[in-house]
Ligand binder design. Structure first.
Ligand SMILES: *[C@@H]1O[C@H](CO)[C@@H](O)[C@H](O)[C@H]1NC(C)=O
Length: 227
């Protein structure tokens, strides 16, 4: 009876913990900046903004400026020299603080995909952004495909929200069924206790032995007299 109660408390505890993982929601603003020159000190310029309106459903609104002619040339040059395109994503938190994530892809891959890219936003169990990574949407191979510069005008960005997987949850339902089956079996008298006398009653025997040792140690005369 008591064990059953404990198990039920455990189950309700674990369901609340689980549902709080799933039921959070909120929105996140991400400012995107990129560097179209590759150097130790990249210079980031504004690329656009992503607003994830619902972290749970992953609905996102993407606003991005078209690349200027000089930016297109820079990007093409970055691709021609086999350098990396760098993206800095800055998340502004509810308390006003900011956290930035840096992601790089080969510029030639981005160019060959004609600016079709994928932004993955990873969340932890509480809905906090823990990573933002950029990938390229097509299977570009960087084999020197010639991309006309006017194809490098607008980014077409897909946003994916990834929720951190829950760890394995204890299989309490099966455990309770097992307990129930055992209880029923006991009631029907199916379970025969085949254990030896010592295995069955050691918990009663050991205290008696300890008690005997203690009394004989504190009362040596008595022990001597008994001998
Ligand atoms: C993105 O947001 C920043 C800051 O609010 C703003 O300065 C910038 O113009 C926005 N960019 C676009 C493309 O909307």
């Amino acid at each position: 009876m008591c064990l059953k109660f404990v198990v039920i408390v455990l189950i309700s505890f674990s369901t609340t913990a689980f549902s709080s993982n799933v039921e959070y929601d909120g929105w996140v603003n991400i400012n995107l900046q990129h560097s179209l020159t590759f150097s130790d000190k990249p210079v980031f310029t504004d690329r656009g903004n992503v607003t994830i309106q619902s972290l749970r459903t992953g609905t996102a609104v993407v606003q991005q400026k078209p690349l200027t002619q000089s930016d297109r040339v820079k990007l093409r040059d970055l691709s021609a020299t086999n350098e990396f395109y760098q993206l800095k994503s800055t998340v502004t938190l509810a308390d006003g603080s900011e956290i930035s994530f840096l992601s790089t892809v080969k510029a030639c891959m981005l160019v060959e995909s004609e600016l079709n890219d994928i932004l993955s936003v990873s969340l932890d169990y509480s809905g906090r952004v823990i990573a933002i990574t950029l990938a390229v949407a097509s299977t570009s191979t960087c084999e020197g495909a010639v991309v006309p510069i006017d194809k490098l005008k607008e980014f077409s960005t897909s946003v994916f929200v990834r929720h951190t997987e829950n760890g394995p949850t204890p299989d309490t339902a099966t455990y309770i069924q097992k307990l129930e089956r055992e209880r029923e079996a006991k009631e029907r008298g199916d379970v025969k206790d085949n254990r030896s006398f010592l295995a069955k009653y050691w918990m009663y025997i050991i205290p008696v032995i300890i008690l005997m040792v203690i009394t004989s140690a504190t009362n040596p005369e008595g022990a001597g007299a008994a001998r």
